[in-house]
Design a protein around this ligand. Sequence first.
Ligand SMILES: Nc1ncnc2c1ncn2[C@@H]1O[C@H](COP(=O)(O)OP(=O)(O)OP(=O)(O)O)[C@@H](O)[C@H]1O
Length: 619
Amino acid sequence: MELSQQQAAAVEHLGSPALVVAGAGSGKTRTLTARFARLMERNVDSRRILAITFTNKAAGEMKTRLMQMTGRMDTDFPWVRTYHSACYTILKKHCTKLGYRMPLEIFSSYHQQKTIKEIALTQNIDKKHAPAILSEISRAKNSGNVNRYFDALPLITRSRTEGIYREYERILKEKNALDFDNILCLTRDLLRDHPEVQAEYREKFQHILVDEYQDTNNLQEEITRLLLGHENLFCVGDDWQAVYGFRGSNVSHFLSFPDKYPNARIFRLEQNYRSADEIVQLANGIIGFNESRMDKHCFSEKRGAVIQARTFFNEFEEAEWVARKIRTEFRSGVDYEDMVVMYRTKALSLWFEKALRQLQIPYQMVGSKGFFERKEILDLNCFLLAAAFPGDDVAFERIVNTPKRGIGPSMITKISQARVGLMSLQESARQMVKNRVLSKKVHDGLTMIFELLDAIKEMPPALAIQEILDRTDYLGYLEGYCKTPDEFNTRKDQVEELLHTASLKENLLDYLEDVNLIQEDKDDDDGGGKGVHLSTVHASKGLEYRMAFIVGLEEQLFPHWRSMESDRELEEERRLMYVAVTRAESHLYVTSASSRRKKRTKKSRFFYELDEAMDELGI
Ligand SMILES: Nc1ncnc2c1ncn2[C@@H]1O[C@H](COP(=O)(O)OP(=O)(O)OP(=O)(O)O)[C@@H](O)[C@H]1O
């Protein structure tokens, strides 16, 4: 693998913690992978290197690259993982120390939402607040200190959130289940409170490598420190691209690395291999408006970018111009897949979808709704969950009347009321069937479900899904559910895809574990199909395109109205702008509309900053 001098210096370093302060397009992943391979050449056992990536997809790509470079097998890299996946592996082995037992169930975001809504109902809180409460709880946990986090909340938010949090945690524990954040919280507790466990992993991990270090949160930072029994810590990141503060990431871990590790070596990767230098300089100019950042002098040896900033009368004109421009570029030889339209919030995509459809230009949405959150996928997975975890009320409630078999909400309430002690819904329903206390229709419906759940429990996951499809005529039901044949075909394709994914696992529990660990990749679906990419800026992170359009550059939209209250939030918005600009290799178009939804708009401050930077560069 070819490395620049700067990259090679970082790869070779030994003897103290190291931070690689990298620019966009500077080959961070290449450097991290090369370092891993180099450590192996120096006889470090690959199974004793913990390499943390930001997504499961990135972990998979890194492993594949390592296999190609070293000729080793996938199983030789067991600790190339995300924080969640690594922590879950540790937890599985030691969960009894914390009062849990195997198998543990990981709650999906559907399970979380449903549970929070039910608790809210019992506490007279409108269930419309559930998403906000859930994200507040998540931030509290990731802050590393839940009590301190709640103490700092405004009284109204606190009174609404804290009670729900306590009840939610009680239910999770009672169900022997974890949510995504608890995977980290409990691993921290385990390592902190059980010195023998900490010693085991400190001994095991001879080197710790962390990618995307700018986006670690307090809890992840604490876990890293608990695992680190030496000085072999190697972190790579770009503080200019830290864009997950809104969900608890804390860029100050990155910025304060030299204070935390006074003997740390700092390396810089400043050459951008992706974009032409005009784009790199423009991006430098924009980030220059941020106060808190590390110094870097990013540059590129490529020249000849095309950069344009345009304002249109309204959103229709803006979208139409973008679509026409895309058509012109396509006709002159640029592939649709080499072009991206980026916006700050998903709601903006509508206008561009319409304009592209009108010109019959194919497009695909990047990072749209996670595969496992789609209705048909959730339905089928809930059957599997109800079979594997009879205590999972959320899954059972979802499937008990899917497809419809006359077991509506009032029947579910009846089943729920018949529970004794810690009995689950499913157990209660089984008891009622046994006691023959139900109408014939409900009795037969439930009997059919229980026979199905008992049959699939020990089956490999793909076979189990096929069994569900056959016994419930699920596709017949789905066809009736869909509004158009097109919608049905798309959903049917998803079911096929699910069957394929499930066929890669032999065991139901392994499959379900994977499904729920993969939640964190929601934003990381790069489409993979044909057509122009439409993407939020967040979902475009890590991707690269020959031609990029950044649209909707208006105050309130970008920067977004919810992130304009403090300098800290505004700086994060500006870093998002930086991410967007640095996706482009050679062509960058920035647009805004003077009126949107019939209201006058104000041009984004980023638009002016960009103008200023362009002036300075003489573009
Ligand atoms: N030493 C090198 N020589 C030539 N090309 C390189 C070198 N290092 C990286 N590249 C190429 O530069 C491009 C950017 O690399 P990569 O995507 O790893 O950057 P990155 O640092 O992760 O970027 P970003 O943070 O902006 O997503 C890739 O196409 C990669 O193959």
